[in-house]
Design a binder for this molecule. Structure first.
Ligand SMILES: Cc1cc2nc3c(=O)[nH]c(=O)nc-3n(C[C@H](O)[C@H](O)[C@H](O)COP(=O)(O)OP(=O)(O)OC[C@H]3O[C@@H](n4cnc5c(N)ncnc54)[C@H](O)[C@@H]3O)c2cc1C
Length: 436
């Protein structure tokens, strides 16, 4: 048996972030992770000297970046160039991503180019929250006249948000993410695993007990208050505040009588988003100029992450391909489509192959902001005092890993408010904490 002020279930980015914040605020914190290493979907696997993330990962200049910077993490890596191609009717064409490529592209008519240019300018100032209850399709069809510009916007917004559900996806958060993407992104050296490791070390230095290879099996609560986490090896952690930073389905399973809590609503309204991911390391690029490709009439994406990050010991180029999946998925068909995309962009790639990873169906996030959502999940589970949730599904408008860090901060802030701890001194944490 162990005692803690705060127990956190799940050692992905959300759990690690929550652990660091709680420990910095002086809370005795225990972090429980069922796998042998921390990181969840942000781990990096090494294969033949190549660093593969769990599918292509880019760090946007959003909440997670601010949070990590506030923690003093190194975030080594670079911004990739945004010179891109689009796949349209089986061929590669210059994709407009700035004024130069807009002038050059044969994809869009002159009238369309004018409209596209106007949108590039307008987007920067757009108050995207006005479109939180409007579907993406409604926004695009209502705002954009040129059919090709519409296609390109669908493609850009899909790539920024990973979602293929234009009738359900709320336009506001997707537009916000696109606005963010236009500032550029970071590809991280040696993959996201480096950042996870730095987070883990920081948590440990702050005194967090990081328990890996420990699966939580239930969260005890009595008379409307949480009191412990039980692990499958019999370990019991007594805590007055518990943050579940595991996937939503798991949170639901862990909490006895979850059906009579808000967890039920959150589970019922959730729409998970998945992708098929093919990552290849090529000794040489057959077509060195073709490194960044958006599907326009196909839901695929390709990026050579090595153009901005150190991802292999021997200089192999690490290319990430994604197929954004809708409701229907087919592992073999998706692989075929991704390989055909590589045939188009890097013909002869098979002769250069140094390493490969295929993830047929991985959950990118367990829920997102869609127009059928009744309420935003968390941070508190109102029916059970001391119980909180965090994770990329507990978004209040943020997307991807930004939702993981933002929800973790919301949960810790509630704990601090509830336990009447004084606020966190801002200077200790840097700017990111002022949002706590
Ligand atoms: C293919 C792909 C591409 C992505 N691309 C990007 C991108 O470009 N940019 C971006 O910002 N984000 C991206 N993401 C999203 C990003 O990886 C996630 O948002 C983030 O890693 C989620 O962190 P989390 O802590 O919420 O969840 P997770 O990483 O899922 O962590 C949950 C943890 O809980 C643990 N756990 C579960 N049940 C238990 C239990 N019973 N007991 C103990 N532990 C338990 C799990 O093992 C896991 O470690 C991508 C994700 C994928 C899959």
């Amino acid at each position: 048996m162990k005692k803690a002020d705060v127990a956190i279930v799940g050692g992905g980015i959300a759990g690690l972030t929550a652990a660091v914040y709680a420990a910095k605020a002086g809370k005795q914190t225990v972090l429980i992770e069922k796998q042998v290493r921390m990181g969840g979907r942000a781990i990096t696997n090494q294969k033949n000297g190549v660093y593969f993330n769990m599918g292509g990962h880019a760090l946007y200049f959003g909440d997670a970046w601010e949070t990590f910077r506030g923690f003093g993490l190194s975030l080594q890596g670079n911004k990739p160039s945004i010179d891109a191609y689009g796949i349209w009717k089986g061929t590669l064409k210059t994709l407009p991503t700035n004024v130069r490529s807009l002038l050059a592209t044969p994809l869009v008519s002159w009238k369309g180019k004018m409209e596209f240019a106007a949108w590039l300018t307008k987007l920067g100032k757009l108050d995207t929250r006005l479109y939180d209850r409007v579907s993406l399709r409604e926004w695009i069809e209502g705002q954009i006249k040129d059919p090709m510009v519409r296609h390109i916007f669908y493609s850009l917004l899909r790539t920024a948000s990973y979602v293929v559900a234009p009738d359900l996806q709320a336009a506001g958060p997707a537009l916000g993410q696109l606005k963010n993407a236009l500032k550029g992104v970071l590809y991280l050296d040696r993959g996201w695993g480096e950042t996870v490791e730095e987070l883990r070390q920081l948590a440990s230095r702050l005194g967090v007990a990081c328990l890996t290879d420990n699966k939580a099996v239930s969260i005890g609560h009595d008379q409307g208050k949480v009191n412990h986490v039980l692990c499958d090896n019999g370990l019991k952690i007594i805590a007055g505040s518990i943050i579940v930073a595991a996937p939503l389905e798991e949170a639901y399973r862990l909490v006895p009588r979850a059906e009579s809590t808000a967890l039920h609503t959150w589970k019922e309204q959730a729409i998970p988003v998945t992708a098929a991911c093919l990552d290849v390391a090529l000794r040489r690029l057959p077509k060195p100029k073709q490194q960044f490709v958006y599907g326009i009439d196909q839901t695929v994406f390709l990026s050579n992450q090595s153009r901005a990050a150190y991802l292999s010991e021997d200089g192999s180029q690490v290319i990430s391909l994604l197929k954004y999946q809708g409701e229907e998925t087919n592992a073999r068909q998706d692989l075929l489509e991704l390989e055909q995309t590589l045939d188009l962009v890097q013909p002869g790639w098979r002769n250069e192959l140094a390493a490969k990873q295929y993830l047929p169906k991985i959950t990118v996030f367990h829920d997102f902001m869609h127009i059928k959502r009744k309420e935003n999940p968390g941070p508190a589970v109102p029916e059970i005092e001391g119980l909180y949730v965090a994770g990329d599904w507990a978004s209040h408008g943020e997307l991807l890993v930004d939702a993981a860090t933002a929800s973790a901060k919301r949960a810790v802030r509630h704990i601090l408010a509830r336990t009447e701890t004084e606020g966190i001194p801002e200077d200790e944490y840097g700017g990111a904490v002022s949002n706590l």
